[in-house]
Design a protein around this ligand. Structure first.
Ligand code: MEV
Length: 440
């Protein structure tokens, strides 16, 4: 439950938020300090950014691909109120997160933490010539290598409180019976996601390692499986209907035991995370890869969330690496990403990572609640109807009538498809022609 000050703030900002028109929504966000007047001006342009800017980001640019940007309402994380920016194409994600967040705001507590502080770089020696020598040189030189990196290529990081913290050597058995050596470089990348700096550090170390060990380094690259820095979120909800609590726990157990269900469960969690990554200019592919690998860390792909019901409280936990940055990449270059980071008021990369974990857990709860009660169709498809209406090619005048008819079909049959929309629209047009003809 949010404390009184946060609750008042939330009420002022979000009551009736989804029913407001866009102008009033923006007005509320400005009033609460989540957006500035300049941000509103920028958002109101609604048109693509300059293609010159796009040319700076990628190659062979031909234009922009635009995605909607929405705001998750009601989210209270670690006692603090947030307006969460989400960029996503799927209907119902923002609505489901906002609705579930309201429930939590009233009856729950959502807390987060990041455990560990380093990301990992890998230096591969494909075929080790002399393992014993490699191992002993590594043990003898590792401290010296750390100091060298920290006084050179990682100097900037050290000045900000980060840098290389440790090195380790791993041995992998090759299929041809020989040994592969992998050096892990553990780097505190501070507020960067770490890809660039970690790759630079590993490449800096390559000649040092080759000269000292007589081995040949094959490649250097960061690892997206960051099990050395894991983000956790925990949600405790009180006054839950016991039947609902039990069913949500059963739904969660399903995802713990079965990789087919775990995959969909985790997709639903990532529904809450990826749109924030996109809005803030973060590398969502890196996070996705890391999350899925972490989900399979014991050899079977499992859920990254877990829900338990103890008879009085429903407790949800999220645990996975969410390696993000608030400096580097396009986070400070893309105007929308800059604005999204400002909206969140993030103070560090870890702070952003904790927000992502919290929203992912909330999104998961929303999905499980729907799946174990009314089913997913109700909430999901109702909103999807407006897409179907558009997909069928309805005009502005036809849209409300078609939507109404599709809602009726959904209510009666509990299913709806693009074919329904096309058929109903055809019928509507035919009966219009017929009516016009009979009035002549
Ligand atoms: C759909 O985008 C996400 C869900 O399938 C997630 C889940 O099944 O938990 C509803």
């Amino acid at each position: 439950m949010a404390d009184q000050r946060v609750e008042n703030e939330m009420k002022e900002l979000f009551s009736g938020f989804s029913k407001l028109d866009r102008k009033d929504r923006l007005h509320r966000l400005v009033k609460m300090g989540a957006l500035t007047a300049k941000d509103v001006e920028f958002l109101n342009q609604g048109s693509p950014l300059s293609t010159d800017l796009a040319e700076k980001f990628i190659e062979n640019v031909i234009g922009y691909y635009q995605m909607p940007l929405g705001v998750v309402a009601n989210m209270v994380i670690d006692g603090r109120a947030y307006a969460i920016p989400m960029s996503v194409e799927e209907t119902s994600i923002v609505a489901a997160a906002s609705k579930t967040a309201k429930w939590i705001r009233e009856r729950g507590t959502l807390t987060t933490e990041v455990v560990g502080n380093t990301v990992i770089g890998q230096i591969q020696i494909a075929k080790v010539k002399n393992w014993d020598l490699l191992e002993s040189v590594f043990e003898f030189r590792k401290k010296e290598w750390i100091d060298l990196v920290n006084s050179d290529v990682a100097k900037g990081l050290v000045a900000r409180g980060g840098g290389v913290q440790s090195l380790s050597l791993r041995q992998l058995d090759r299929p041809d019976g020989e040994l592969m050596g992998v050096l892990h470089v553990y780097v505190d990348a501070c507020d960067a996601m770490g890809a660039n700096v970690v790759n630079q550090i590993c490449e800096f170390l390559k000649p040092e390692i080759e000269v000292a060990t007589g081995e040949e380094v094959t490649m250097c690259i960061l690892s997206n499986l960051v099990d050395s820095k894991v983000t956790k979120a925990k949600l405790v909800i009180r006054d839950v209907d016991p039947e609902m609590g039990e069913k949500i726990a059963e739904g969660s157990l399903f995802a713990q035991l079965d990789p087919y269900r775990a995959t969909t469960n985790n997709k639903g969690v990532l529904n809450g995370i990826d749109p924030i990554l996109l809005a803030t200019g973060n590398d969502w592919r890196a996070v996705e890869a890391g999350v899925h690998a972490y989900a399979a860390r014991d050899g079977q792909y499992r859920s990254i969330t877990r829900w338990t019901w103890n008879g009085t409280e429903l407790v949800g936990e999220f645990e996975a690496p969410i390696c993000v940055g608030i400096v580097g990449g396009v986070t400070r270059l893309h105007p929308t990403a800059k604005m999204a980071l400002r909206m969140l008021g993030v103070e560090s990369a870890n702070h952003l990572s904790r927000i992502c974990a919290a929203v992912g857990l909330v999104q998961n709860l929303g999905a499980l609640k729907a799946l174990t009660s009314v089913g997913i169709i109700e909430g999901h498809m109702k909103l999807h109807i407006s897409n179907l209406t558009m997909g069928a090619g309805a005009t502005e005048a036809e849209t409300p009538i078609l939507q109404k008819r599709l809602e009726e079909i959904l209510r009666l049959t509990r299913r709806i498809s693009l074919n329904n929309a096309i058929d109903v629209l055809k019928e509507m047009r035919q009966s219009n022609v017929h009516n016009l003809a009979s009035h002549k």
